[in-house]
Design a protein around this ligand. Structure first.
Ligand code: PLP
Length: 429
């Protein structure tokens, strides 16, 4: 369904809720201004309705979670069925059968498929949680505390994952509090010599990397980059942690982004689209690495209350059966090609390069001199709401318009979005 023009943003109900929220929520959480936000009420497929009844085309998949569409019918059914049976279990004490099924399924789709080895998992709730699991596992396995991470990389905001953040804004206020085991180097080929230097001068046990930078601006590295990191880790007994929280589950046109380069990680972290809308994440690794953890003596030393929640597991199993169907992947690639071709036709000097892969695309917004234009990207995000579109911007200068829609976006909707972009660029100077 094509978007409709929205007359008032935010509408009266959203405005009121914004004022209320501002009084009761920590002020750093929700950005509230004259133009932002709209409060979501319900959603279906690619459409979202706000509390004032306005309909929007969601080009974000709500942070790349609703890849299979908002309220995907079979995932919603799985949720309803499970909700009538068991809402919550005892994740690490008396677990559910669903946890067994999910760990097996993830193993099948990752390490068993890649190398015939069984993958072993730690389940958790947020993406950051799975990063914590991965960092601890790598340390237990190697005994080496140092971790190499990349500029503009994002792995969450928990205190451990912050140590590996490549976006300084998130960690600067906590510099004194966070641990300093993370060494940040440039992302891509240009950072490799620094990686090698660090490996020979420091006690480095792991490299953590997003195969394609997500929040960092949809940056695809050179083809040699990930294989080079794999070689370095092999040579120096280091653990390669791939953060596929954003790129996982067909987002980039392969089930997992590492498959573009045939690189097998030691540990993969997954979240976001895993359960299609339930906070569930997983850290899966090679068995010899995961077995660095001692056998539980009745008290797990790394656990959480909601670990393996049955509703999340049921939703994830349904989501995985859709994601592992090759037609899901081929559909992403077809839509991606169409989107890229359409964006390329936008004739305007402010339209920069198209970044990314699959339906994890980014459009650079430039100024008269061809430089990054974060201010215009911000204006487009605000204006897009009035045009009935929800989008966000990424990258260190905020000039990369993120185009990460649910996979069921139609060609007609893609054309409409591109036309809107072209018109908006033309009227922006
Ligand atoms: C690549 C990547 N890693 C980790 C995270 C953190 O996940 P969460 O917000 O669920 O903690 C994100 C979130 O955007 C992400 O994009």
């Amino acid at each position: 369904m094509l978007p409709e023009i929205v007359t008032e943003i935010p509408g009266p109900r959203s405005r009121l809720l914004g004022e209320e929220l501002h009084k009761y929520e920590s002020r750093n959480v929700t950005f509230i201004s004259e133009k932002f936000p709209v409060f979501w009420d319900n959603a279906d497929g690619i459409n979202v309705w706000d509390v004032d009844g306005n309909r929007f085309l969601d080009l974000t998949s709500a942070f790349a979670v609703s890849s299979l569409g908002h309220k995907n019918p079979s995932i919603t059914d799985a949720l309803k069925k499970q909700a009538c049976k068991l809402l919550h279990g005892m994740g690490d004490v008396h677990p559910t059968e669903l946890k067994v099924e999910l760990c097996k399924k993830i193993s099948e789709l990752t390490f068993e498929k890649w190398s015939g080895e069984r993958g072993k998992s730690i389940l958790s709730s947020s993406g950051s949680d799975s990063i914590e699991s991965a960092l601890k596992t790598a340390f237990l396995h190697t005994g080496k505390e140092g971790v190499i991470c990349f500029k503009d990389g994002y792995h969450g905001t928990s205190i451990g994952s912050l140590a590996t953040a490549g976006i300084t804004k998130f960690k600067e206020p906590f510099t004194k509090q966070i641990s300093h085991f993370g060494f940040t180097v440039p992302f891509g080929e240009s950072g490799l010599s620094k990686v090698i230097e660090l490996v020979s001068s420091h006690n480095i046990g792991a490299i953590i990397v997003e195969p394609i930078l997500g929040r960092g601006g949809k940056v695809v590295p050179e083809d040699s980059f990930l294989p080079a990191l794999r070689d370095i880790c092999d040579k120096h007994n280091m653990v390669l942690i791939l953060d596929e929280i954003y790129t996982g589950f067909n987002r980039t046109g392969k089930l997992f982004a590492c498959e573009h380069w045939n690189v097998i990680p030691d540990i993969i972290c997954l979240g976001k689209a895993l359960a299609g809308g339930f906070p569930l994440s997983i850290c899966t690794g090679k068995p010899n690495i995961m077995d660095a953890w001692p056998v539980s003596d009745g008290e797990a030393i790394h656990t959480s209350t909601f670990l393996g929640n049955p509703i999340g597991c049921a939703m994830a199993l349904e989501s995985l059966s859709i994601h592992s169907d090759p037609t899901t992947t081929s559909n992403v690639n077809k839509k991606s090609q169409f989107f890229i071709n359409t964006l390329k036709k936008i004739q305007h000097p402010y339209r920069g390069k198209i970044r990314g892969k699959g339906l994890m695309l980014g459009l650079e917004i430039l100024d008269d001199l061809g430089n990054p234009n974060g201010a215009l990207a911000t204006k487009l995000i605000n204006d897009s709401l009035k045009a009935g579109i929800i989008t966000l911007a990424d990258g260190p200068t905020g000039h990369v318009l993120a185009l990460t829609p649910p996979f069921n976006i139609s060609n007609e909707e893609i054309l409409w979005v591109s036309q809107w972009l072209e018109e908006s660029l033309k009227t922006s100077n």
